[in-house]
Design a protein around this ligand. Structure first.
Ligand code: AMP
Ligand code: FE
Ligand code: FE
Ligand code: ZN
Length: 290
């Protein structure tokens, strides 16, 4: 038997990916994955259609990527938190995901408003059509900018117009990181910080703070991520080993919204076993033939 390929972070059209949940399952099988986690931003709407379309032999781990933040002086730094195998009906999760969905809509429209005012030729209606019911994210606005011919790719849209330092940026009120860890734990899930050295996270996710989060129930760190260079990976691995945290690897696949392939980064089978053993929100992950 060949190497077991496990990718624990992928997006569908239920958030800001471009593959429908069913297409994501097909893409995972085509990429030769044995296990894929569906981890859309702030919702679990993709779970049912993904499971219904699961090809034989593919194990699907149910997850989500929670939008959280940590205070730094008067500002807040955005941190993404992956939750795996939690109960999606847990009241705290249902309530917070509903709040975040509303927050994303409000904030997405505020960004579009700033663009329209500045004469950028996109409309709120078109952005909402592109989002198609998913919680609104900047990549949806990026696609509207590509369609309008303002930029050539979503990547370029981020570089020129959508980044946190850009002229149109509006922040959103995300969940406090410790609160989000507590929510996932209460709902029986396992929490893993997504790309802890991806963008600005380094400023707040110090070794000391990660130690505190570990005491609050944090389960792991996503060490192998396309946004991490070798030194970031080595640093994170050392911190995780020191604190007894799990280390995962994942592609953070977004379909054509990002230049990445499924299985580009992977997680060790023993780590997945530990995630499954540590969770009790959902009795079983869906396994081959399961
Ligand atoms: P938001 O959730 O609206 O704050 O937007 C952040 C999302 O944009 C994340 O899911 C990222 O994966 C995505 N993103 C960040 N940078 C880029 C980029 N350069 N190209 C495409 N997507 C990006
Ligand atoms: Fe995303
Ligand atoms: Fe993320
Ligand atoms: Zn992601």
């Amino acid at each position: 038997m060949g190497r077991v390929l496990i990718d624990l972070h992928a997006h569908s059209t239920a958030s800001d990916g471009t593959d429908s949940p069913a297409e994501l399952m097909q893409a995972a099988a085509t990429a030769g994955l044995d296990v894929v986690a569906i981890t859309d931003h702030d919702n679990t709407m993709g779970w049912a259609p993904a499971l219904a379309a699961r090809p034989p032999g593919l194990t699907v781990i149910r997850g989500a990527e929670f939008s959280t933040s940590v205070p730094m002086g008067e500002r807040r730094v955005s941190v993404h938190l992956l939750g795996y195998l939690f109960d999606p009906a847990h009241p705290a999760i249902v309530q917070e995901q509903a709040r975040l969905r509303a927050e994303r809509l409000h904030r997405g429209l505020a960004i579009v408003d700033r663009m329209v005012t500045a004469g950028v030729p996109i409309t709120a209606d078109r952005v909402l059509e592109i989002a198609d019911g998913a919680p609104v994210g900047r990549p949806h606005i990026g696609r509207a900018l590509v369609e309008a011919g303002v930029v050539e790719s979503v990547d370029q849209a981020f570089a020129m117009h959508l980044s946190g330092r850009g002229p149109y940026y509006v922040p959103k009120a995300d969940t406090d990181l410790p609160t989000a860890i507590g929510m996932i734990t209460s709902a029986g899930g396992v929490s893993v910080i997504a790309h802890p050295r991806g963008r600005g996270e380094r400023r707040v996710l110090t070794g000391d703070y990660l130690a505190e989060l570990t005491r609050l129930g944090l389960g792991g760190l996503e060490v192998d991520h396309p946004d991490h260079d070798l030194s970031a990976r080595a640093e994170l691995r050392a911190i995780a080993d020191d604190l007894g945290l799990l280390t995962t690897g994942s592609s953070d696949y977004h379909g054509t919204n990002k230049v990445l392939r499924l299985g580009q980064e992977t997680t060790a089978p023993a780590t997945l076993t530990r995630i499954i053993q540590a969770s009790n929100g959902i009795t079983e992950p869906v396994g081959p033939g399961g």
